[in-house]
Design a protein around this ligand. Structure first.
Ligand code: ATP
Length: 269
């Protein structure tokens, strides 16, 4: 596994407009991006902004996208790591990476830290599940120590994503840590339509493409599935030498995404 990417600064320019649906999540997170854009008025009011926010939702519902959008809205640097990377590392590497990342984020504050798949290190301790995994535990403890060690004036907000909130160690949710929760649901029909529209923006569509109908035919699809569908349709068009994507290709791509997901499920069972 590559160790070159300690954390990435994120693509600048992702904003809430790039995130379809998820109105409640966006409303909750706007408070954070407003604060990071200009912490001064909040400081004068003595307002305590949340240190850590847990983004909870099924795979592909836009947790990473939304975290990037908070940074983009606030126009602040975005530092990210995926907690699952630490699992196979030597003891001490995860903790030192966490330390480095928090140090950089504080140096460049206001800023955002994003920890993806936090459940892979943040599982409840002593459950027997990966119990006694030193690396995991040290990394988790380092995250908790760093969050407890923030000074009140340090404008760094830590966002963490998980699709397994049920297995998380309660220590993560204590006051001053990830004490704020934001839930992301699978998109409803209107949101699916909006997501399809966003991802079809740069794809030439034939006149017969009906995104309202596509939204109705994609119950249970995540945002990532829908992005994938549009891309598959464009690839199919390319392969057939067509200059645009028509409804038949959209439907073919839809089946492909459904079957792809089912295959993955069968393989992982
Ligand atoms: P995972 O749990 O698998 O890490 P995630 O919840 O972090 O997934 P993202 O990585 O943010 O999901 O989503 C993958 C891609 O799906 C995004 O980069 C984006 O292209 C698309 N997508 C997901 N949700 C949305 C949305 N609400 N609006 C627009 N695009 C979306």
């Amino acid at each position: 596994k590559s160790r070159a990417k300690r954390f990435d600064r994120g693509q600048p320019g992702v904003t809430f407009d790039d995130v379809a649906g998820l109105q409640n999540a966006k409303r909750d997170l706007r408070e954070i991006s407003d604060y990071l854009r200009d912490p001064q008025p909040y400081r004068k009011l003595g307002a305590k902004i949340p240190r850590g926010v847990l983004l909870m939702g099924p795979p592909g519902t836009g947790k990473t996208l939304l975290a990037r959008a908070v940074a983009g809205e606030a126009n602040v640097p975005f530092f990210s790591i995926s907690a699952s990377e630490f699992i196979e590392m030597f003891v001490g590497v995860g903790a030192s990476r966490v330390r480095d990342m928090f140090q950089s984020a504080k140096k460049e504050a206001p800023s955002i830290i994003f920890i993806d798949e936090v459940d892979s290190i943040g599982r409840a301790r002593g459950t027997g599940l990966g119990g006694g995994h030193d690396e995991r535990e040290q990394t988790l403890n380092q995250i908790l120590n760093e969050m407890d060690g923030f000074e009140p004036h340090e404008a760094v907000v830590v966002l963490a994503a998980t699709n397994r909130p049920d297995v998380l160690d309660a220590a993560l949710m204590r006051p001053g840590r990830f004490d704020r929760k934001v839930t992301l649901d699978l998109p409803d029909r209107k949101a699916r339509q909006a997501i399809l529209r966003i991802h079809a923006q740069n794809v030439p569509l034939a006149a017969d493409v009906d995104l309202v109908r596509m939204a109705a035919l994609t119950v249970g699809f995540s945002g990532a599935d829908l992005a994938n569908l549009v891309n598959e349709a464009a690839l199919l068009a390319g392969r057939k030498g067509a200059g645009e994507v028509d409804m038949a290709l959209m439907l073919e791509a839809r089946d492909k995404v459904v079957l792809g997901g089912r295959r993955e499920m069968l393989l992982s069972d």
